[in-house]
Design a binder for this molecule. Structure first.
Ligand code: ZN
Length: 531
């Protein structure tokens, strides 16, 4: 049976850009648009031309891509003609394949916010859709506050949607703008709408204020809607929008949806979705959510006990989908609770073949337990675990020695009379017979130490150029009688791989130093640097 086409509309660059602390540059927007296009979404809503210089310049030229580039804006203002509305003119002039108008559909908002009549609001929708159609654009109407409006006055909310559809809008999109509508309500109301407007012209735009934006999107699809709007990683103001990174794998991998619907995302693109999710976090300079469904670092992590031994025998026992399908991987956590089978499976994944009767296996297990008692967390620090295992098996060359380092923090008053803090680090490294000294300033002592360490590693320098620190986490632990600091550092490189290393010490600089060293050595091992 042929599957029905379901369309994906991404609004990361418009609604997602409303998030607190998110400020996309034009270069960011172009990079994200390209990423979305490669992923296979059908529409990329890139911004609001005329509202700010970046969005205006995005739409100042054609951005050729497979997805429909969509410009967002308001319907004509009440009491004006379409020919005499500068906002609408900017929108119509935008170099876009599609125009998405936003319009009020809740009578209360029409009266209070727009201060106009219900009839004039309907006329504004009709005129705006007509004007955009006349310019040869595909038209969408975002029905703002649709669900609240429908509850207050169903006939009027429906009339707004219908007037757009009848005027030739390709899609009318039902927005849960406040994000408070529940799945059973969405299903019921979308079902009613689809009796009046064919479902293959109806979309859903859900916000996540009750943590149900994804569930609401699926409820709408069950009731007949055939377009889902959302954002990468659920970015969006307040609690965010529906998360396309969760929606796409569910559509592709759960038989109920996969057998009924076809989407523009290929299996090959799905296998890169974890990378897409992480790339957005990188761009926003924030740490990825380790517990994100499908793509999080912990999404397929199992800790010891009966779960882990069962998962080694058959992964399907504790995994709802295969991690490789979404570009993630299975992780058996190596921790003080883990047994030999767990350890063997992890060594196998790393590519270290060890016989299960090898005496070194017991020594490694003891070492892990001993160090975890001191505060090390190997289940969170895969790269440090790998180095520990490789060292025990004699497989890590001694690339270089740090003979000495010195870190200073100075606070002083600068020429402008402001209080400033400057950190400086000096590192003495021995590489082969060469003694190298590097110094660097940083915005903090760890940053300075990192910069100095990586400044000059002599013949190894070329192997670490792509190395980048992506996250730094500190925790104070009570191990035994004294407090110690645990530092976890997440790093990445040009290949897109990420790894985490750990350091523990009563001194935060020393703990950071250990984690930094592990990260550099891991990168050298991974790059095949010669001894
Ligand atoms: Zn929204």
């Amino acid at each position: 049976m042929p599957r029905e086409r379901l369309y994906l509309f991404d609004t990361t660059l418009r609604d997602g850009a409303q998030t607190n602390g998110v400020d996309f540059t034009l270069a960011d927007k172009l990079a994200i648009a390209r990423m979305l296009d490669e992923l296979g979404v059908d529409y990329v809503e890139a911004g609001y031309p005329g509202a700010n210089p970046i969005d205006t310049s995005f739409f100042s030229e054609r951005r050729p891509m497979r997805a429909h580039v969509t410009a967002f804006g308001m319907t004509r203002r009440p009491g004006r003609s379409t020919a005499n509305d500068p906002g609408l003119a900017a929108l119509l002039a935008a170099q876009a394949d599609a125009i998405c108008f936003v319009a009020k559909t809740w009578d209360y908002h029409v009266h209070v916010a727009l201060e106009t009549t219900e009839e004039e609001n309907l006329a504004s929708i009709r005129d705006s859709v007509r004007a955009a159609k006349a310019r040869g654009r595909e038209v969408l109407l975002d029905c703002e506050h649709f669900f609240d409006g429908y509850k207050a006055k169903p006939a009027y909310a429906l009339a707004c949607a219908k007037v757009a559809y009848e005027e030739g809008a390709r899609w009318v999109v039902l927005c849960d703008t406040n994000g408070g509508t529940l799945p059973h309500e969405v299903e019921e109301i979308v079902g009613e709408v689809c009796k009046q407007i064919p479902g293959d012209h109806v979309g859903i735009h859900a916000h996540n204020d009750t943590e149900q934006a994804v569930a609401n999107s699926f409820a709408a699809v069950r009731a007949g809607a055939r377009q889902i709007q959302g954002t990468l990683n659920g970015l969006g103001e307040r609690c965010g929008n529906a998360n396309l990174i969760s929606i796409i794998p569910t559509l592709k991998l759960k038989p109920e949806y996969a057998e009924t619907f076809e989407i523009g995302v290929s299996d090959a693109a799905l296998a890169h979705i974890a990378r897409v999710s992480h790339a957005l976090d990188d761009l926003l300079n924030r740490a990825a959510d380790r517990h994100a469904p499908y793509v999080g670092e912990s999404a397929f992590a199992t800790k010891a006990g009966i779960h882990a031994s069962a998962i080694v025998k058959d992964p399907a026992t504790y995994e709802h989908v295969a991690p490789e399908r979404v570009g993630n991987r299975r992780k058996l956590l190596v921790s003080d609770q883990s047994g030999r089978s767990n350890l063997l499976a992890e060594l196998d994944r790393i590519g270290l073949a060890v016989n299960k009767d090898d005496a070194r296996l017991g020594r490694l297990l003891d070492e892990v337990k001993e160090r975890e008692a001191m505060g090390y967390a190997y289940e969170a620090a895969d790269a440090s675990f790998e180095l520990l295992a490789r060292r025990l098996l004699g497989k890590v060359p001694r690339y270089f020695d740090v003979e000495k380092f010195d870190v200073s923090v100075e606070q002083r008053i600068n020429a402008k009379g402001e209080r400033v803090t400057v950190s400086m680090a000096v590192v003495k490294v021995k590489v082969g017979d060469d003694h190298l000294i590097s110094a660097a300033e940083g915005n903090g002592p760890v940053n300075a130490l990192d910069l100095a360490l990586r400044k000059d590693l002599g013949k190894y320098q070329s192997y670490i150029t792509g190395l980048e620190l992506t996250d730094y986490r500190v925790r104070i632990l009570n191990a035994g009688t004294e407090a110690v600091t645990r530092v976890l550092i997440e790093s990445g490189d040009e290949s897109g791989e990420r790894w985490t290393t750990v350091g523990v010490s009563p001194n935060i600089i020393d703990a950071s130093f250990q984690a930094l060293m592990d990260s550099i050595v891991y990168k050298l091992v991974k790059s095949g640097a010669p001894a």
